[in-house]
Design a protein around this ligand. Sequence first.
Ligand SMILES: [Zn+2]
Length: 282
Amino acid sequence: MGWNGKSRTTVARLEEHPNLEEILGVLAQLAHIADSDLPHLAETWLNSPSIAEARDRALSPDSPLVLEVLAAFEAVGALFADDLLGEAPYLTVDRDVTVLALKSVRDAIAATYARPVLRRGEYDALMRPWRSVYAQPTVDQPDLGPRAAQVKALLATLPRLSERCHDDAGRALFEALVDQSYVAESDRADAAAASFQAAVLTERRRVWALVRRTGAEGMSRPCATCRVPVEDSRDVQRVLALCLDAACALLVADAMPDASTALLTEAVSALVPLQRRPDPST
Ligand SMILES: [Zn+2]
């Protein structure tokens, strides 16, 4: 890849981006940024007139896929929402440190996308804090745990529910899930709270947030036929909570009593064919 710093690169889709591999490496890492990495990311963040100029160039409208960059910034904000609020009892990193660390994270995201329009020195300056912690990518995709295939199968079902206006099977599934959402409701709420604690204890709190965000996005996607956003009814919220609690229970199944996992996943797994894609890792 050239470093002329001027070329106006037209990239229509992420798959066509010349720096795709590095972008995917950074994006996959986001949910796996450890609390212990945050102070280092914060300490190494630098600003100077030249770095600010590089950042401006990376985020200019001419930069490749700059809207995706902004969407990735928003995703970072969502994954670190608790950290930025600074109130939860399980937080171990000072909010101000996290704020600074996320500047390094955003610079890395911007630099990987903008690499074709940055000069070598600009790119290096924006990537330095990130590279000082993640010299090599540590994951090539977010690690959804020992039952990842089931988590993915469940997440892949949610967009189908948003097409229930045009898909009879999707509508029947939605209605069955609404019914199930009333079964053992308070027991499930307790088990869901316990599984979140398991995610905190095993440092998977941000992967947990990623799963919920992905699921909520899938279900709120407009139907491909009528292109109208799904209404946000009480039933939608119930079904979404039921499915997300099940997905998150699968995420931390290795750290939870089997009975709790079963309680949270039974209703959904009876309706959604989670076993159809066997998990090669188990
Ligand atoms: Zn429709």
